[in-house]
Design a protein around this ligand. Structure first.
Ligand SMILES: NC(=O)C1=CN([C@@H]2O[C@H](COP(=O)(O)OP(=O)(O)OC[C@H]3O[C@@H](n4cnc5c(N)ncnc54)[C@H](OP(=O)(O)O)[C@@H]3O)[C@@H](O)[C@H]2O)C=CC1
Ligand SMILES: O=C(CO)[C@H](O)[C@H](O)COP(=O)(O)O
Length: 625
């Protein structure tokens, strides 16, 4: 690497930046001021500007120093005139870095600076002397020194410095970045630059060592800082944001590089982007990330899909930050080509919706008669046994949260938000013909919550309240377990169907495994699913599961009745019960639907006595209009 000279007027930050660059690149740093003969130092301290004669021997010495360190060094030197620069670069190629800034910015800096022999009144003469070169890397010195140093290092080290890149320092991105840093992975991070977001990268870098992470708000330098083939994780919102990043970064990449969309993108969009990038020999991976902020920081569950060729390299890095399952394996897996990873994450979120809605319904049943303290105690008790789950645990925490001034829960507007994945999973279930009724009901329940005015205008008070005692609470617990089990049956059935239709290689037991830790739907039940799915991909055909569901059936029926009695809407609980009843109905009323279809549209139907042959009947209208 050619020696680096960082130049600019006094106070522009060349020493600070230079020292940082030297640490990043592990090359020595020299401050040209330290090479001034004593006479020059005294002259400057007394406020007298140096002339060219004063500077000549000093520049010669510096030139010798640069020549001796051809393999790499950083020199902070004002090098204000072209003549000076010519002396410095005699016979050697140098990386010139020019730090520009306004007179006022420097004047203010110098006024606060105390430990330096330079008299601030000399600043004007520096600006007057400066002959700005039209070569080299020109940088705005008012930027954060760590960002400047990152840019300089990236520009001068053509081999790349970091092993992994991360775009988007929001909630998830910043926590994943900290996790990557903890694992000792040499990282570069980027966040877009705008007036509002100007401090995102500097704030992130504040407590970090540049020997572990470089920070950028300029995409080109960020890309240049990465070793090839580049691996870049993008943590920005799905839709327009991810497309705008894709568009901006593509021209900066080269064949063999891999981009990983870690956001909650739609799986079809991920497939489309993967195909688009295939033409450029750049891998587009979709990686579902679950675990929220805490998971990202301490170990998420990661669902990788996309280009199979790039997967091993990416798995190797991401496995280091993933959650660890009970057997000690990282909670990450490659699940198939195209949008496989995002499909699985989407269903994860659909199941998450149903689990959350179920807890909301149980809470809703209990709250007219029990206090938050009592409900919290009940949930905590459930959470100490087989019903243990992350979502149940956090629900207890929420019910416990009382500032002394009332419960935080009671200050929250009763309208549920959503960002897309729940709705997409319901739509995917419809498209694939899988009755994932619970996640769909949960999506609709959130939609109903948005009709706040209508709900309020029609409010009817609850009167015939359920009497909760040990026995009824135990029945409720059984119903809760029943619904959860059906939610898991439905979710895995949906993934199974997608794997068949899209020829994804994903193994259901492996998916359950990577969901046993790190993610929002981790639970003891998920651990059981891992074992069950190793035996059969159709959980509902497992005799042990069927038996368990049958045992709980009367309690669920009772629970549905309590909902009616108390006017508590239980869409997920009722949905699970109805699904179970329908799934166990040997003689379904669908025959009537077939008849109706044939009656008005001659759609045809299969007869029980010849199920292979489609027939139509000449229905006779004997009644009606
Ligand atoms: N929060 C969560 O629990 C989880 C979120 N996810 C997914 O991860 C992704 C990130 O989520 P999260 O971290 O919560 O979101 P945040 O809103 O906290 O962060 C979003 C990030 O994306 C950047 N960004 C937004 N728009 C653009 C754009 N047009 N171009 C470039 N960068 C942009 C933001 O930059 P700036 O600072 O400049 O605005 C910010 O760095 C999303 O897809 C989300 O669905 C996945 C799992 C869990
Ligand atoms: O992916 C996640 C958790 O797994 C995100 O938290 C996601 O935002 C949840 O979905 P929604 O915002 O629609 O509730």
């Amino acid at each position: 690497m050619h020696p680096i000279v960082i130049m600019g007027v006094s106070g522009c930050g060349k020493t600070t930046v230079g020292q940082l660059v030297s640490r990043i690149l592990s090359i020595p740093f020299f401050d040209a001021d330290d090479f001034h003969p004593e006479a020059n130092k005294q002259k400057m301290a007394s406020g007298t500007p140096l002339n060219d004669q004063d500077r000549a021997p000093w520049l010669e010495d510096l030139s010798d120093l640069l020549a001796k360190n051809k393999g790499g060094m950083v020199l902070a030197c004002s090098a204000l005139k072209e003549d000076y620069r010519q002396i410095l670069s005699a016979g050697i190629t140098l990386n010139w870095i020019i730090l520009h800034t306004e007179f006022e910015v420097i004047a203010e800096r110098l006024n606060i600076r105390q430990d330096h022999f330079f008299d601030p009144s000399l600043l004007q003469s520096q600006f007057d002397t400066l002959e700005s070169p039209d070569y080299g890397l020109q940088l705005d010195a008012s930027q954060d020194p760590k960002i400047l140093a990152s840019q300089v290092a990236a520009a001068c080290n053509h081999m790349g410095i970091s092993d992994f890149g991360l775009i988007g320092l929001g909630v998830m991105g910043s926590n994943l970045a900290l996790n990557l840093i903890d694992q000792g992975i040499q990282l570069s991070v980027y966040n877009r630059f705008s007036t509002d977001e100007a401090m995102v990268v500097p704030n992130f870098l504040k407590d970090q060592s540049l020997s572990q992470v470089l920070g950028f708000n300029q995409l080109e330098s960020f890309v240049r800082s990465l070793r090839t083939p580049r691996k870049i994780l993008i943590m920005v919102p799905a839709g327009k944001a991810i497309d705008s990043v894709l568009e901006a970064i593509t021209p900066l990449l080269q064949p063999g590089d891999a981009l990983i969309d870690g956001g909650n993108a739609h799986y079809k969009e991920t497939s489309r982007r993967a195909q688009l990038m295939q033409g450029k020999s750049i891998a587009w991976m979709g990686c579902g990330v679950s675990g929220g902020r805490e998971g990202a920081r301490k170990g998420p569950s990661l669902m990788l899909g996309g280009d199979a060729g790039s997967a091993p390299g990416i798995l190797k890095i991401l496995a280091q930050i993933a959650a660890i399952d009970k057997a000690g394996a990282p909670c990450i897996s490659f699940l198939g080509e195209g949008g496989a990873g995002h499909f699985v994450k989407m269903v994860h979120n659909g199941m998450e919706y149903a689990e959350m809605q179920l807890l909301a319904e149980v809470f809703d049943l209990l709250r007219p008669s029990l206090s938050y303290v009592e409900i919290e105690a009940l949930f905590t008790k459930w959470n100490s046994g087989d019903s243990q789950s992350y979502l149940l645990g956090i629900t207890s925490d929420i019910l416990r949260t009382n500032s002394g001034n009332g419960y935080e829960l009671d200050r929250i507007v009763d309208v549920a938000g959503s960002k897309g994945t729940g709705t997409w999973s319901a739509a995917a279930a419809l498209e694939l013909g899988i009755p994932a009724t619970l996640l769909s009901s949960a999506v609709y329940a959130r939609a109903i919550s948005t009709f706040q005015d209508s709900r309020r205008s029609a409010e009817v008070s609850k009167q015939d309240l359920v009497k909760w005692d040990e026995e009824t609470l135990e029945q409720l617990h059984s119903a809760y377990s029943f619904v959860r089990l059906i939610n898991h049956i439905q979710g895995f059935q949906l993934i199974n169907e997608a794997c068949e239709q899209f020829q994804w290689t994903a193994d259901l037991s492996e998916i359950a495994r990577i969901w046993t830790e790190g993610c929002i739907i981790k639970s003891k039940l998920m651990e059981a699913c891992q074992g069950w799915l190793a035996e059969t991909s159709e959980l509902v055909s497992n005799p042990r599961i069927r038996q368990e569901l049958s045992n709980w059936e009367p309690d669920v029926a009772q629970c549905c009745q309590w909902g009616l009695q108390q006017r508590t809407p239980l869409s997920v609980i009722n949905g699970a019960f109805n699904w179970w009843l329908a799934m166990n109905q040997a003689d379904s009323p669908a025959k009537l639907i077939q008849a109706q279809r044939d009656y008005f549209g001659q759609h045809g139907y299969f007869r029980t006595d010849d199920p292979q042959r489609k027939v139509s009947f000449k229905w006779e209208r004997t009644n009606g209009h």
